[in-house]
Ligand binder design. Structure first.
Ligand SMILES: NC(=O)c1ccc[n+]([C@@H]2O[C@H](COP(=O)([O-])OP(=O)(O)OC[C@H]3O[C@@H](n4cnc5c(N)ncnc54)[C@H](O)[C@@H]3O)[C@@H](O)[C@H]2O)c1
Length: 354
């Protein structure tokens, strides 16, 4: 993806460098039509500068769509820090990054992403006001996986209602791939609703935690076994690209609803899912609980208010599935259309001079 190619349309892309601390960062703002751009900072050892740029352009665009459908008055942006988070992350580097974010004057708010944590945001915030995802001790929203899991559960309920006529997951079997921060919270909501659960993870401590806390969860060796098991719902909660030309034909579930970003490995997978009669609840719609949680920090964090907004993911997912059915299009496309409509219709209001 190139910055100036016609199909991207990013507003602003900023390259930031501070040689002494080793900071190399790119901040991409896709759209501020709905408000300041919000999106996390990914700290990752990309192979090339081109790869880092490609990632930040894709991720910032996705944030604009996610924030629009989450009903937030926020645009979409994202940042990447090019480096190894374990080796290169230092206080001077994070603070240098904070000063670059500050230099954008509030056009971009940052947050945590892969490779950055609440403690890092606390450090960034010593140089910059435009930071969310800080620790609770610093007035932040804390771990965003709490409301991410709650939102995924709401999206799953809306999909269940669409397919089976009732939002309850009681008696259904849900397969969760990835029993990390989100997967663990999701188990809790599903158990409470009366669902059966099959899970898998590559990390032994995660499996151990589940065995201890929820002995009723069936654990299988890997994702391949999970998708072939007798499940009604598949919840990808590990990495992206879970749905591809191999997994979709093997999948036994009727619904896919999970937290992972970019679940469709490539364009066209959404049609494959449709042909197999599998309902896909779009990833960026159902996993918006996390951004809702951190966005609430901008107003002064209130968990009850953020949870209420994340509960709205049920209604948003329902609307998208209905629009998809009415227009005869895949839900992923219906979600994009609704997001674009909100960006255009609400964003346009700023043209009314005050
Ligand atoms: N945490 C949030 O607020 C949030 C918000 C939106 C989206 N997401 C996305 O949801 C997903 C999960 O996030 P998280 O915060 O729980 O991350 P996490 O790192 O805590 O958990 C991910 C888990 O997946 C496991 N895993 C990795 N590869 C696997 C594989 N091949 N098979 C099975 N398990 C595998 C890891 O061992 C880990 O336990 C990620 O894709 C993330 O980008 C998270």
């Amino acid at each position: 993806m190139d910055v100036f190619s016609s199909d991207t349309g990013h507003e602003q892309v900023v390259f930031c460098q501070d040689k002494p601390s080793g900071l190399k960062a790119i901040i991409a703002i896709y759209s501020t039509a709905l408000g300041p751009a919000l999106g996390g900072t990914r700290f990752h050892p990309y192979a090339t500068e081109g790869e880092a740029l490609h990632d930040v352009l894709e991720l910032s665009r996705a944030m604009a769509y996610k924030n629009a459908l989450a009903g937030l008055d926020l645009g979409g942006g994202k940042a990447v820090i090019w480096g190894d988070p374990v080796r290169d992350k230092t206080e001077p580097l994070l603070r240098a990054y904070g000063r670059f974010v500050a230099s954008l004057g509030g056009r971009y708010y940052t947050a945590c992403d892969v490779g950055t944590y609440v403690q890092d945001m606390d450090i960034v915030s010593r140089e910059c006001r435009y930071v969310t995802g800080r620790s609770e001790a610093h007035g932040g929203a804390g771990d965003s996986s709490v409301l991410t899991a709650w939102g995924v559960f709401q999206g799953m309920r809306a999909a269940a209602e669409h397919v089976w006529g009732t939002p309850s997951l009681a008696g259904r079997r849900v397969g969760i791939a990835g029993l990390g921060k989100v997967g663990k919270h999701l188990i809790g909501h599903l158990v409470e609703d009366g669902a059966g659960i099959v899970g898998t993870d590559v990390y032994e401590p995660a499996l151990h935690w589940v065995r201890e806390r929820y002995p009723q969860v069936d654990l299988v060796p890997d994702e391949a076994a999970l998708i072939r098991s007798d499940i009604d719902v598949y919840a990808p909660c590990a990495l992206g690209g879970a749905l591809d030309d191999e997994t979709v034909p093997a999948l036994r579930a009727k619904i896919v609803a999970g937290a992972a970003n970019n679940q469709l490995a490539h364009a066209g997978v959404e049609k494959l899912l449709e042909e197999r009669g599998i309902l896909y609840a779009p990833d960026y719609v159902v996993n918006a609980g996390g951004v809702i949680q951190v966005a609430d920090e901008i107003e002064g964090f209130d968990f009850a208010r953020a949870k209420l907004r994340a509960t709205g993911i049920y209604e948003t997912t329902r609307q998208i599935l209905e629009l998809a059915a009415t227009d005869g299009i895949p839900p992923a496309l219906a979600a994009d259309r609704l997001a674009e409509r909100r960006m255009a219709e609400v964003g346009r209001l700023r043209m009314i001079r005050l």
